[in-house]
Design a protein around this ligand. Structure first.
Ligand code: UGA
Length: 430
């Protein structure tokens, strides 16, 4: 099939590359000339494992065609996919201006029958608004259906998630659009959830909100473990064995970050309020997540006392491993607070250094994880990059002023750390 993807961010670029790999002809619209040129040269402005290679292969095969100009691509496509950002506004609701701008600009270009798909995470009812905008500007003789196909990929494993989805949600009442979208995804595994547009839009928000709820729940249980002297690893393991609960997303720590959970939980709360419904549980999930960072800061203060004048090593700045994304990163928040309090930070992250420097100018970044141990009063582990597990912890202790580790992601084994002579604290483990 022939399709146009509008928006070359995380969702747009990764999706376009995978649809091209499936054999579709994909025009990828990038409206910034410089970024388009970089893309054509194989340079991507964020880190995602395997993506550069897949984009290169797509362009070489002629199936993935990055373009600035989208008149002809939109005109001749069977499917036009909107993958633009929906950033949060001051009140937590999603800013839909980019979605509506795209709808307005592509409407007059559509020709014949086209399925317009919304892949951006959008509030319930956005599909209707997009349909109204396009229909009002459509040229005579052309027809459209607007469907919602939300995306469930995770940063760091985006390509695997796209190629092997658990489910493909197709939200439209139109039989014709359903047939087109089932055909578009024919080569992919995963259950098909064929539903109406509003339900599809809500599946996306509810999924992210539920996963965030699991994280905030387990973080509260971890805080309780700290109080009663229980071990959160064993509690989460014991809970997760019940298939009705499941073990995923029960990893306690310093809370969730990223460009999705914080934004989408706020947005869903705000959507509910627009319908005069107070989503109390979700409000608590959001508050618990914010409190979890402060809880860890309290632990740092309790361990180190006054942080002013102390030197602190930080392992990990990204909001999670296998990405250079620092949006809403708990680590960045904690580092910012420590700097504000007068601590000197020596940080290391395998990928997020450049983005962290832009957010925290003057941050001292180290060329390797080991360097963060040199003459420091404590090391904080704030992102669970796998390489941190296998550092030569026994040797690194000798570099520190005092051997204190605060593990915000429960990565290390408390007993082993103590045997090595560390004073070791984590979240919800005795
Ligand atoms: C999340 C969802 O997992 C995807 O399904 C969804 O498509 C995506 O948002 C989106 O809406 O675009 P992502 O934000 O990439 O994906 O990352 P996750 O792996 O979900 O992690 C989010 C945050 O939760 C991270 O800060 C991570 O450290 C934290 N987390 C995750 C925990 O604290 N504990 C856990 O058990 C799991």
């Amino acid at each position: 099939m022939k399709m146009t993807v509008i928006g070359a961010g995380y969702v747009g670029l990764t999706s376009a590359a995978v649809y091209a790999q499936l054999g579709h002809t994909v025009y990828l619209v990038r409206r910034n000339e410089q970024k388009l040129q970089e893309l054509k040269e194989g340079r991507i402005d964020f880190f995602e494992p395997g993506l550069e290679e897949l984009v290169r292969q797509g362009m070489e095969s002629g199936k993935l065609i990055p373009t600035l100009e989208y008149h002809e691509p939109v005109r001749s496509s069977d499917v036009v996919m909107i993958c633009v950002g929906t950033p949060p506004m001051a009140d937590g609701s999603a800013d839909l201006s980019q979605v509506f701008e795209v709808a307005e600009s592509l409407a007059p270009l559509l020709h014949g029958y086209t399925v317009v798909v919304n892949k951006s995470t959008v509030p319930v009812g956005t599909g209707e608004r997009v349909e109204q905008i396009i229909t009002s500007l459509l040229s005579p003789g052309s027809t459209i259906d607007v469907a919602s196909c939300p995306e469930f990929l995770r940063e760091g494993t985006a390509l695997e998630d796209l190629r092997a989805p658990d489910r493909i949600v197709i939200g439209t009442d139109s039989i014709r659009a359903r047939a087109v979208l089932l055909e578009l995804h024919r080569a992919l595994p995963g259950k098909r959830v064929v539903t109406d547009r509003r339900s599809a839009e809500l599946i996306k928000y509810s999924s992210n909100a539920f996963l965030a709820t699991k994280i905030s729940f387990i973080n509260e249980i971890a805080n309780l473990c700290d109080e009663v002297g229980a071990n959160i690893d064993d509690v989460a393991y014991g809970m997760g064995l019940d298939p009705r609960i499941g073990s995923a997303f029960l990893k306690a720590g310093i809370g969730y970050g990223g460009s999705c959970f914080p934004k989408d939980t706020q947005a869903l709360h705000s959507i509910a309020l627009q319908y005069d419904y107070e989503f109390k549980l979700l409000k608590a999930v959001i508050e618990v997540n914010q409190a979890q960072r402060r809880q860890f800061i309290r632990k740092i203060k309790k361990t180190l006392g006054e942080v002013r004048g102390k030197t602190i090593g930080v392992l990990g700045l990204a909001f999670k491993p296998s990405t250079d994304d620092i949006r809403e990163s708990a680590s960045i928040d904690i580092v910012r607070w420590l700097r504000d309090q007068g601590a000197r930070i020596m940080a290391y992250d395998p990928q997020a250094e450049q983005k962290a420097l832009a957010a925290l100018p003057g941050l001292q970044v180290c060329p390797s994880a080991s360097e963060t141990f040199t003459n420091v009063d404590a090391v904080l582990l704030l992102t669970e990059w796998p390489e941190f597990r296998t550092l030569p912890w026994g040797m690194l202790k000798e570099r520190m002023n005092q051997p204190i580790i605060l593990d915000g992601r429960n990565v290390l084994d408390p007993q082993q750390m103590r045997q090595m002579g560390y004073t070791y604290y984590s979240v919800g483990r005795p």
